[in-house]
Design a protein around this ligand. Structure first.
Ligand SMILES: *Cc1c(COP(=O)(O)O)cnc(C)c1O
Ligand code: SF4
Length: 438
């Protein structure tokens, strides 16, 4: 299959759009698609979406803008701007105003950029001690866009700092001076948008530099869900697999952190074959996904997804909570309900699939694992644990919050047992100094 992308510019050419969607639905796509990023491709359209199940189809919800993704006020604002025949730059002003009201820098990623020899390493994030995130400059886009993506600001060009770095030299120097780092995680966008040749120029210096404390190369990618042909029929598919083999043969763990949101993404022949080809190189595939209303908020979906993943020899890893940005109000599910879905699905899978951990909020102080609720001394509370944290001493630490069945994010919760603040709050206020010293 040859890759074909569709955006607002040409999506009306999709024949399924013409027959399956009403004029009102097309109008909503255009209005919302002028604020939030929209891109889909021929694989998603032909092999993943069930066009007889519109608008409920989960993959349709995953990739196509929906009216409810903007508030009524925002929807009308941009709709008015578009109907007034404003110039492109004038309607962009309106779109950007709305975008800045959607909490574009939710997880303050700008704080995690390290400095080395006086140079800001804008293509690196180092938040958790053992793992450095690397944003190659030519993978700042994806094979299609997820409607819930927290990186949406960079796709619509309002991120002041594009996390992108051309140089691997600086990365290797940074790694050499940080012996605590064991993992480099390639991320983006989607690093598997890169050609094999490009990917090799990033990987070669890393694995040839003899950095003894570097053990694992991870690739955070949705390519298996959005474009498995990357590993099958794209012209450099075999070259890419050879690079994976080389990484493994040089003694590194190569971990594919694969993003799958729905079991449908595991059912096509292309996805199944691509998974087996990647595993054939000696790489492992670990899977992760957020839980999202309209897409995968049911026990059966998760049970089926984890079972199917294990059957395909993948390793379930994380279930995340919808972040506080973009169309969060469309997708968010109360933490209590999220936990119930997780628990009921977890009860119905074997121990082999229980490598999965969740639900997890990737919040400013760290990855917060919602362990469940409990009654302690007659008081109902949520029990939380840091799975990762800015301050390594917090990792593994339990804490309790007041029980609030409607809370959707950490901000909605207060400390239990009459504490004034969470133990991690005082220190987070000073974190700029800590990161500068990193
Ligand atoms: C999740 C995450 C990592 C990787 O954490 P693991 O728990 O080791 O998978 C690294 N950096 C950031 C910023 C993350 O959010
Ligand atoms: S593939 Fe990942 S980075 Fe790309 S739009 Fe989806 S969630 Fe965002």
């Amino acid at each position: 299959m040859k890759y074909q992308a569709f955006t607002l510019r040409n999506y009306k050419q999709i024949s399924q759009i013409q027959s399956a969607l009403s004029d009102e639905e097309k109008h909503a796509i255009e209005v919302v698609g002028n604020v939030l990023p929209f891109k889909v491709n021929n694989y998603v359209i032909e092999e993943l979406i069930d066009w007889n199940n519109i608008p409920q189809d989960p993959i349709y919800q995953l990739t196509f803008p929906q009216k409810g993704m903007l508030s009524q006020t925002h929807f009308q604002e941009i709709e008015n701007a578009l109907s007034q025949n404003l110039s492109k730059s004038q309607s962009k002003v309106v779109a950007n105003k709305i975008r800045y009201e959607l909490n574009p820098h939710s997880s303050s990623q700008l704080q995690n950029i390290p400095t080395f020899d006086g140079i800001k390493l804008t293509g690196i994030q180092h938040k958790y001690r053992e793992t450095v995130l690397f944003f190659p400059s030519n993978s700042q886009t994806c094979h299609a866009y997820c409607t819930f993506c927290f990186r949406w600001p960079q796709f619509v060009g309002i991120d002041e700092l594009q996390f992108a770095m051309r140089e691997t030299k600086l990365l290797t120097r940074y790694l050499k001076s940080h012996p605590e780092v064991t993992d480099v995680l390639f991320t983006g966008g989607d690093p598997m948008l890169m050609s094999a040749k490009n990917f090799e120029t990033y990987v070669e210096p890393l694995i040839n530099q003899q950095i003894p404390h570097l053990h694992t190369i991870r690739i955070g990618t949705k390519s298996l869900g959005y474009w498995p042909y990357k590993f099958l029929t794209d012209k450099d598919a075999d070259d890419m697999l050879r690079i994976f083999e080389k990484i493994v043969q040089q003694g590194y763990q190569l971990a594919f952190m694969a993003h799958f949101n729905h079991p449908q993404e595991l059912k096509t022949d292309a996805a199944k074959k691509a998974i087996q080809r990647i595993l054939g190189t000696g790489a492992q595939i670990r899977t992760q996904s957020p839980i999202m209303r309209h897409i995968n908020d049911s026990v059966n979906t998760w049970k089926e997804m984890w079972r199917e993943q294990v059957k395909l020899r993948c390793i379930p890893y994380y279930m995340f909570v919808a972040r506080d940005t973009g169309a969060q109000s469309y997708f968010a599910i109360p933490l209590e309900r999220t936990y119930q879905i997780y628990k009921k699905a977890y009860q119905q899978i074997s121990g082999i699939a229980r490598t999965v951990r969740g639900p997890i909020m990737s919040a400013n102080p760290g990855k917060v694992h919602i362990l469940g609720n409990s009654t302690i001394g007659g008081k109902k509370v949520f029990v939380m644990q840091f799975l990762q944290s800015r301050n390594p001493d917090w990792t593994g630490q339990l804490f309790f919050t007041e029980y609030n069945p409607n809370a959707i994010w950490l901000d909605d919760l207060t400390p239990a047992f009459d504490q004034n603040q969470f133990f991690f709050e005082e220190e987070t206020e000073n974190e700029d100094t800590r990161i500068a010293a990193l």
